[in-house]
Design a protein around this ligand. Structure first.
Ligand code: Z5A
Ligand code: MG
Length: 252
């Protein structure tokens, strides 16, 4: 109980710091994934790629992550499979309890917890990428913003604590109508798995997306989705190996 309060008070400070940062740094309104290059990026030769899979619940992100990692490994590219929320950390356990309706939290508080869950992994993420390991990440900041905005939180407020996290080299959106996703196995177990809510989330994903996103029709058979994904991802991995710089999310 004590530890939980301590974590929450730290998070409120974290939220305040994020708000402070966002007043010092303008968040781009024009392009949701506008980035600035990080300093020292001339040391980024042969780095790994940060590949993010996004999409509605049951769009196939986890299935495709596994296939993609096996494929890249088979080609000799060092790669790891990551996911957010990372339910193994202390923060992740609070998130997991909230998602399974075992605890209740204010919408702003859970938003900051999701963000903190990414921040606690940021430096490890950077180390991995710089040492040449690619990361296939199942959900990232876009999920954070889309889901919290769908609850009615201000979208810019939702983006503020994400500013400064590492920007993905590639965002792939697995596109499926909410009705189709609901027909897939296991739907209905967790807090957000409700059709009307998923429709609203899809609208916010649209607002967040930009021309750099790759969209794959996730209603196709799994093998077809996999084939398209592999082609897109391989190009990205190669361009990162050739020295494409690491950048940060949502700085203008
Ligand atoms: N959330 C948030 O609010 N804020 C945040 O910052 C973050 C997340 C990061 C938990 O996420 C919730 O947290 C999530 C968003 C919120 N809530 N929702 N909704 P999660 O990652 O733990 O759960 P999920 O990804 O949404 O659900 P999922 O079941 O893991 O979906 P998936 O990974 O996209 O799908 P899948 O497991 O690969 O496949 C689902 C089923 O469909 C399975 O039976 C497959 O065999 C089948 N499938 C997959 N692809 C196909 C194709 N192509 N054809 C036919 N059947 C298929
Ligand atoms: Mg999943």
């Amino acid at each position: 109980m004590h530890a939980c309060h301590f974590t929450l008070s730290k998070l409120l400070n974290f939220g305040a710091a994020a708000a402070q940062r966002s007043s010092n740094i303008r968040i781009s309104n024009k392009c949701s994934s506008r980035r600035v290059h990080m300093e020292n990026n001339h040391h980024n030769d042969a780095r790994g790629a940060l590949i993010v899979l996004e999409g509605l619940d049951r769009s196939g992100k986890t299935s495709q992550s596994g296939r993609l990692v096996s494929y890249l490994n088979g080609l000799g590219h060092p790669v790891e499979s990551w996911r957010f929320p990372d339910r193994d950390t202390a923060v992740g356990k609070m998130i997991s309890s909230y998602l399974s309706n075992q605890s209740q939290l204010d919408d702003h508080t859970i938003h900051l917890l999701f963000s903190a869950n990414r921040w606690e992994k940021r430096s490890l993420m950077e180390t991995k990428l710089k040492s040449g390991t690619s990361l296939v990440v199942d959900r990232y900041s876009y999920s954070g913003v889309a889901f919290s905005s769908a609850k009615g939180l201000d979208m810019e407020w939702c983006k503020a604590p994400e500013v400064g996290l590492l920007a993905p080299d590639l965002v792939v959106y697995l596109d499926i109508p909410p009705e189709k996703a609901a027909e897939r196995g296991g739907y209905g177990g967790e807090r957000y798995e409700k059709l009307e809510f998923q429709k609203s989330v899809a609208q916010y994903y649209k607002k967040l997306s930009d021309a750099s996103w790759k969209v794959i029709d996730a209603c196709q058979p799994m093998e077809d989705v996999e084939k398209q994904l592999k082609e897109i991802v391989l190009d990205c991995v190669k361009s990162c190996k050739n020295g494409k710089s690491v950048s940060q999310l949502w700085l203008s």
